[in-house]
Ligand binder design. Structure first.
Ligand SMILES: [Zn+2]
Length: 308
């Protein structure tokens, strides 16, 4: 392909991405949610009305308030402080721009997520993601608002967009949202890779590259004693490669049967989403204070806790 034609194709792909960056993930969410609902995922007793409230509200607030709010602050602030840098990197090759998002967004999200499983206060912001006892596409964005508001990757993505990488961001974000929605979905698209023998080499590559339902379900599994779950690993969002590189990967090609976190106190949706601004009235709840002697230790496994 000639250089000129390649550029035209790249620009076409980018403008397709820009136009569809919100539509494609939204359609995917609706389709996957519809398939899961037909399969009965949302009609058992594992999900309360409180859970639905957390999921639907966080799903609505993240893309309409938190992410645009951060972008507004960063784009406005940088235009005021460093106007000469506006679109300064627009001419960088597309693959380098994409790599920038993988490093500054996806890798930092891996770090933020991993830290949230080790730091007792940050855990309280990530906790809503793990207390639900079943998977499904609606689990994807259930986190306290502050978890997202402080997430370094969103702030750094806004900086890259200011520097001229907005078109690539639209494509990158679409790909990332698709991968992570699918990784939470009970439709388990990766089953086909494991059940068809000649696809196994492809499975080997894919499961080490991006998050799949098998590896991400393992992150949500209740206890590592089932030989499948990895509640303190498999942190990757778009790329699973980070887990492989940093020694937190567990790949079994199976799916846990029990999900959740061993502390199952189910505080009202507004406490889970707005902590620490709104706190639980129950002194036994870890969402009652920022730090207490009763705090849940996310690094302890469910089985250890039950044996105590
Ligand atoms: Zn997690």
């Amino acid at each position: 392909m000639s250089g000129g034609l390649r550029n035209v194709v790249a620009i076409e792909c980018l403008s397709f991405g820009v136009e569809h960056s919100k539509l494609i993930p939204l359609a995917t969410l609706l389709v996957l949610g519809g398939i899961e609902a037909l399969g009965g995922v949302y009609f058992d007793d594992k999900r309360t009305r409180n859970d639905f409230s957390i999921e639907l509200i966080s799903l609505a607030v993240l893309p309409t308030v938190i992410q645009p709010g951060i972008f507004l602050l960063v784009l406005g602030g940088m235009a005021w402080l460093l106007p000469a840098w506006d679109s300064a990197l627009l001419s960088w090759p597309i693959w380098i721009q994409f790599a920038c998002f993988l490093l500054f967004d996806d890798l930092t999200q891996y770090g933020w997520h991993r830290l949230s499983h080790h730091h007792p206060i940050l855990w309280k912001l990530h906790r809503p993601h793990h207390v639900v006892q079943e998977m499904g596409v609606l689990v994807t964005y259930r986190n306290a608002f502050l978890y997202y508001a402080l997430m370094p990757g969103i702030w750094l993505s806004a900086v890259l967009v200011f520097l001229g990488m907005g078109s690539v961001y639209s494509v990158y974000l679409t790909v990332k949202l698709l991968v992570i929605l699918l990784a939470h979905s009970e439709t388990k698209w990766d089953r086909v890779l494991y059940s068809t023998k000649w696809l196994h080499p492809l499975a080997w590559i894919i499961e080490r590259t991006i998050s799949t339902p098998s590896t991400h379900f393992a992150h949500h599994g209740l206890t590592a004693s089932d030989g499948i779950s990895n509640p303190n690993g498999n942190y990757g969002n778009l790329l699973f490669l980070w887990d492989v590189l940093f020694g937190t990967a567990k790949i079994t090609r199976r799916y846990p049967e029990q999900f959740g976190a061993w502390n199952r106190m189910n505080e009202p949706w507004y406490v889970q989403l707005l902590f620490p601004f709104i706190r639980s009235q129950d002194p036994k709840s870890e969402l009652n204070t920022l730090k207490s002697t009763e705090d849940y230790d996310p690094t302890a496994d469910d089985e250890e806790v039950q044996l105590q």
